[in-house]
Design a binder for this molecule. Structure first.
Ligand code: NAP
Length: 308
């Protein structure tokens, strides 16, 4: 990407989009364009056409999506499927129409089959049934990957997809009903400490294992791929290391300094038992993560709850 290229970051206010904007600015890119969802609703085809006609971006990072944790995915099933399909269809199709040089689409590791062997290699996609709680979201994301692949095959586009593991970092969602596990735990332990509560309820059994990547590492990896990679195979982006939700909860409890008890609410769903990405492809492409999990959580905790 030329430093003076026009780059559209869709979803620039979100956790991923804002990290991409920070990384682009750090590297000296100057012509970054964006709109928030009030100015440009990406589910509306005519609005997206008008935007591409006006801005004619050279490169696109597609980080706009309807995103949420297990509860939101499971209860807003139609919304997750409909809105994500619409956003992707509109942005990817107009990127083709307006001859965008390269597009990067953010998928998500929940799209792998529920019982796929671990670690998850890129070619395990579509080899088994999905986790039911986030099936609508996963179907939309798989469609996005397939759109990129097939616009490349039919029209010779250069659209790539990446598969980040669970992310955390600045601009994460801390709403307890709709957030992912890591920010939800940070908030619960912080509030329990502030309120001198005797116990904290944590959802599920604590047994599932998850991998976490700081969003600034993801942004660096995305820029690296935008500059160096072309292909129809999507690329896993993660640390290649996971831990149980119980171990994560204990780590966060220590970082926050909460001394009370942890109660596991096993009426809440666990989701997929394990989700560890095989990161050999991205390592072979010359990128690996920099931020250690404990250091990353300490940083996020300070930024969100202490230095405010
Ligand atoms: N968070 C994770 O752990 C994770 C993990 C793997 C993959 N990803 C992927 O990364 C991408 C971004 O996730 P995120 O965590 O950054 O999500 P996020 O913080 O919720 O941000 C989503 C962004 O999408 C925009 N958006 C949503 N609906 C829109 C619409 N109809 N029109 C225009 N903009 C719309 C929002 O814009 P406004 O703020 O203006 O409303 C927001 O900026 C998603 O594709 C997700 O699947 C995330």
């Amino acid at each position: 990407m030329e430093l003076d290229a026009k780059i559209y970051v869709a979803g620039h206010k979100g956790m991923v989009g804002s990290a991409v904007v920070r990384a682009l600015k750090e590297k000296g890119y100057t012509r970054i364009v964006w709109r928030d969802s009030k100015e440009l609703d990406l589910t509306q085809q005519s609005e997206v056409v008008d935007f591409f006609e006006k801005e004619q971006p050279d490169y696109v990072f597609l980080a706009a999506a309807k995103v949420g944790g297990i509860e939101a995915n499971n209860s807003l099933r139609a919304e997750f499927l409909y809105e994500n399909l619409m956003i992707q269809n509109n942005v990817i199709h107009q990127s083709y129409k307006y001859k965008v040089k390269k597009l990067l689409f953010f998928a998500s590791s929940c799209i792998f089959p529920k019982y796929a062997p671990q670690p998850l290699k890129e070619d395990y996609l579509l080899t088994g049934a999905l986790e039911p709680t986030n099936e609508p979201y996963a179907i939309a994301k798989i469609a996005g990957i397939k759109l990129c692949e097939n616009y490349n095959r039919q029209y010779g586009c250069n659209f790539i997809s990446v598969m980040p593991s669970n992310l955390y970092g600045p601009n994460d969602n801390y709403d307890l009903k709709h957030s992912h596990v890591l920010p939800a735990l940070l908030r619960k332990f912080h509030e329990a400490k502030q309120g001198n509560l005797a116990r904290v309820e944590v959802w599920g059994s604590g047994r599932p294992k998850r991998e976490f990547l700081h969003v600034d590492d993801l942004a660096q990896a995305s820029l690296h791929l935008m500059e160096t990679y072309a292909g129809n195979v999507f690329v896993n982006i993660g640390t290649g290391e996971d831990l149980s939700i119980k171990a994560l909860a204990e780590l966060i409890q220590n970082i926050v300094g909460y001394k009370g008890e942890m109660i596991w609410n096993t009426d809440k769903p666990d989701g997929t038992p394990r989700k560890l990405l095989d990161v050999s492809l991205i390592h072979s492409l010359g990128w690996s993560h920099e931020m250690d999990l404990e250091e990353g959580i300490e940083r996020v905790y300070r930024e969100k709850f202490i230095d405010v």
